[in-house]
Design a protein around this ligand. Structure first.
Ligand SMILES: [Zn+2]
Length: 402
């Protein structure tokens, strides 16, 4: 089966995840696709392919030669909940001419004016939506590439070590690593195939923390408040005013970290603020955490009622620390991309990935491209030739691992 055929088959399964159900996987459709993928794997000769109760699909390509390392490839089966993932009607645009692409009869247009990288895909085959749903290239492009690579690896029987495949549910609601069986997977390292443009190779993500700031006030009738009232809402504003005003998402990029006020609820009596804190550098993240504690300490000295309480919890960490001691994981992929004529593009992720969590669970796991673009929306598209190339890169990586 070609990557395009595999991809079109996979996106016909609705697998929107949902962070409100409390179930694992969060929606039943993910297990329907999981069972279908197990079936595909078994038919291509992956005898041990199976799905766990929690909707994780695993399988092994046995070694054909003696190798030191076992390598894994991981992709997620769910799609994000912001846009419908039901009844996806993909448009296959052959020999793309560089013009605007109307998306079905939706009135939406996918235009290189808005998305200049499209001009780099002239002459290639693009798959778009019909403008009513997302496409599901995130991450069914990754699933299709891994499955098609596996199919060819099994058929070609070239020398390679043991290879493991893993397909996870609920990545889009941040739970893709929750029930991942790192020990059972038994890999020395792995790759998530969940990135964007051809060549992307990501092994740096944010260090992340979350802070809750509680401000207690003293509420008194405003007519009799002099010298007695402590207005928690204005103390909260004072707290925010003490934070670096430029270190916010709307003013930062690249390696610049931020302290982001994501929510505030309050009145005179009580105000609660939620922050997320991000930095690629662990020390700079800790400095930002300390800034928040210092601001609270200052205000608690200023006001005798000691109104401010800050509690900070770690969310996830930069996988780079876990990747550096296993640098071969990057070398193998860089070499495999170059061997297929693709120059690796490494850049820091301004977010987290399942791979980051897996890396801290003991499985070093950078992220590679899928050939998709504009994920999580109706303007999503994938480039078939790039997907084919990524399938080839996966095959080369399997042969390259020592
Ligand atoms: Zn994804």
């Amino acid at each position: 089966m070609s990557v395009q055929e595999m991809f079109l088959d996979l996106v016909s399964y609705p697998t929107t995840s949902d962070d409100t159900t409390g179930a694992t996987p969060s929606t039943p459709g993910q297990k329907v696709l999981g069972a279908h993928i197990v079936d595909i794997m078994q038919k291509m000769g992956i005898e041990d392919a199976y799905m766990t109760d929690t909707g994780y699909v695993y399988g092994t390509i046995p070694a054909t030669a003696e190798r030191k390392n076992t390598v894994g490839f991981v992709a997620h089966m769910d799609t994000c909940s912001g846009v419908s993932g039901e009844n996806i009607k993909p448009q296959v645009i052959k020999d793309y001419d560089g013009q605007d692409i109307p998306l079905g009869t939706s009135g939406l247009t996918l235009s290189p004016t808005d998305f200049p990288p499209m001009l780099g895909h002239k002459g290639k085959t693009l798959i778009t939506t019909d403008g009513t749903t997302l496409l599901g290239g995130d991450d069914k492009a990754g699933v299709a590439e891994i499955l098609c690579a596996a199919q060819e690896i099994l058929a070609e029987k070239k020398p390679h070590g043991r290879v493991k495949l893993g397909f996870t549910p609920d990545e889009e609601i941040g739970q893709g690593a929750d029930h991942f069986d790192v020990e059972g997977f038994g890999c020395d390292f792995a790759y998530t195939v969940d990135g964007g443009a051809l060549g992307e190779l990501e092994y740096e993500n944010f260090n992340a923390a979350a802070a809750v700031v509680e401000v207690s006030g003293v509420s008194i009738h405003p007519g009799a408040a002099k010298g007695k009232m402590v207005n928690s809402a204005t103390v909260a504003m004072e707290f925010c005013g003490m934070l670096p005003q430029n270190a916010v998402p709307e003013h930062t990029e690249g390696y610049e970290g931020f302290i982001h006020l994501v929510g505030i609820q309050g009145d005179v009596e009580h105000t609660r603020m939620q922050f997320i804190i991000r930095d690629h550098d662990g020390e700079l993240l800790e400095q930002k955490n300390q800034l928040m504690r210092d601001a609270a300490a200052y205000l608690n000295q200023k006001y005798p009622t000691q109104p401010v309480q800050v509690s900070i919890t770690e969310s996830y960490r930069n996988m780079k620390e876990q990747i550096l001691p296993h640098w071969e994981v990057i070398e193998v992929m860089e070499k495999s991309m170059r061997q297929n004529g693709v120059e690796p593009i490494t850049m820091p992720i301004r977010g987290g990935t399942d791979g980051a969590r897996l890396s801290y669970m003991g499985l070093p796991c950078p992220n590679i491209c899928t050939g998709g673009a504009n994920a999580h929306g109706k303007l999503e598209y994938v480039v078939v030739e790039d997907m084919e190339k990524i399938k080839d890169i996966i095959k080369t990586a399997v042969e390259t691992v020592e």
